[in-house]
Design a protein around this ligand. Structure first.
Ligand code: C2E
Ligand code: MG
Ligand code: MG
Ligand code: MG
Length: 284
C-alpha cells in the first residue's frame, strides 16, 4: 500500500463535503447566539404509569426555533452543540427552565432532563444542578437526569462520580435509550439508576413479534426488577405496542400514543384544579 504517487486523490475537491462544512459553520454561528436571542424553548412529553395511565412525569425536550434557519431538529443541533461544547451553557439553561416549569405542576409530577457526556464531564455540572434547584425552589427528588450509555465510554469514573454527587442531592438518574449503545452491565451494578428506558426500536420490534426484541425487553424487565429499577418503554405509538409493553411488564410508558412533546402551556393545561393529570382525552 504505497502512497498514491501522482494521485492527489485525498485532495480532490469535494463540493458536497464543502457545502456540508459550510452549512455546519453557519449553523454553529447561529447556535452561538441562540440563547441570547431567546430562540431555545422546551417541549414536554408525558410519561404515564402503565397501571393507572396517569401522568407521572414529563421529559423536557429542547427545541431550537432559529431566526436564520427556522426550526432545527435536535438530531442536527444537539450533536453540533456537543462538538462545540455549547451544550454546557445551553444545558444549564435547560435545567433552570425545566425546574422552573415543574414548579407549576402538581407536586407528585417529576421532570426529566437529558444531559450529554460533555455536560457531565464539566467540573461545574453538580454546581449547575444545585443552583437550578436553589433558584427555582424545585425539590431535588422531583428532578430526574437522563443519561445514555455513551457517557461511560470516555471517562467512566468521572461520569460516575458526577452522577453520584447528583444522587446525593436527592435527584434520580435514568438510563436512556437502553440497549442501543455500548451496553455493559458493569455500570448497572455500580450506579443506582432509578429507571431504565427501553429504546423505541425494541418496542417496535416486540410489537411486530420480533423474537429478539421480545427476548431483550423480557430480559431487561427481569433484570430491572431484581435490581429494584423501574422500566419505561419509549416511543409507544400504537395500542398494539402499548399492550405488548404492558404485558412484558414495563412500569411506565412514553410515546406519541399518550402524547407528543408539547409546549409548556399545553402540558400545564393537562392539570385541572386538583386533577391527577389523566390523558383520557388523548389523541391516538
Ligand atoms: P431522547 O432523550 O431519547 O428523547 C426521546 C425522543 O423520542 C424525542 O425526540 C421524542 O420526541 C421522540 N419520541 C417520543 N415519543 C415518540 C414516539 O412515540 N415515536 C417517535 N417516533 N418518536 C418519539 P427529540 O425531541 O427529537 O429529541 C431527540 C434527542 O435529542 C433526545 O432523545 C435526546 O437525546 C436529545 N435531546 C433533546 N433535548 C435535549 C436536551 O435538553 N439536552 C440534551 N443534552 N439532549 C437533548
Ligand atoms: Mg431522554
Ligand atoms: Mg430516549
Ligand atoms: Mg430513544
Amino acid at each position: 500500500r504505497s502512497k498514491d504517487a501522482g494521485g492527489g486523490k485525498h485532495f480532490t475537491y469535494e463540493p458536497a463535503l464543502h457545502a456540508h462544512a459550510e452549512e455546519r459553520r453557519k449553523l454553529e454561528f447561529s447556535l452561538r447566539r441562540a440563547l441570547e436571542r431567546n430562540e431555545m424553548l422546551l417541549h414536554y412529553q408525558p410519561v404515564v404509569s402503565a397501571d393507572s395511565e396517569n401522568v407521572v412525569s414529563f421529559e423536557a425536550l429542547l427545541r431550537w426555533n432559529s431566526t436564520d434557519h427556522g426550526m432545527v431538529s435536535p438530531a442536527k443541533f444537539i450533536p453540533l452543540a456537543e462538538d462545540t461544547r455549547l451544550i454546557v451553557p445551553i444545558g444549564e439553561w435547560v435545567l433552570r427552565e425545566a425546574c422552573a416549569e415543574a414548579m407549576r405542576w402538581p407536586r407528585h409530577i417529576k421532570v426529566a432532563v437529558n444531559v450529554s457526556g460533555e455536560q457531565l464531564l464539566d467540573p461545574q455540572f453538580a454546581t449547575t444542578v444545585v443552583s437550578a434547584l436553589a433558584v427555582t425552589g424545585l425539590p431535588a427528588p422531583r428532578l430526574e437526569i437522563e443519561v445514555t450509555e455513551s457517557i461511560f465510554l470516555r471517562d467512566a469514573s468521572a461520569a460516575r462520580n458526577t452522577l453520584e454527587q447528583i444522587m446525593a442531592l436527592g435527584c434520580s438518574i435514568a438510563l436512556d435509550d437502553f440497549g442501543t449503545g455500548y451496553s455493559s452491565l458493569g455500570y448497572l451494578r455500580k450506579l443506582r439508576f432509578s429507571t431504565i428506558k427501553v429504546d423505541r426500536s425494541f418496542v417496535q420490534g416486540a410489537a411486530q413479534k420480533n423474537p429478539e426484541s421480545l427476548a431483550i425487553i423480557r430480559a431487561v424487565v427481569a433484570m430491572a426488577e431484581s435490581l429494584g429499577v423501574t422500566t419505561t418503554a419509549e416511543g409507544v405509538e400504537t395500542e398494539t405496542e402499548l399492550q405488548v409493553v404492558k404485558s412484558l411488564g414495563c412500569n411506565k410508558i412514553q410515546g406519541f400514543f399518550f402524547g407528543r412533546p408539547m409546549p409548556a402551556s399545553d402540558a400545564r393545561a393537562l392539570f385541572g384544579p386538583g386533577e391527577a393529570g389523566s390523558l383520557a382525552g388523548r389523541a391516538a
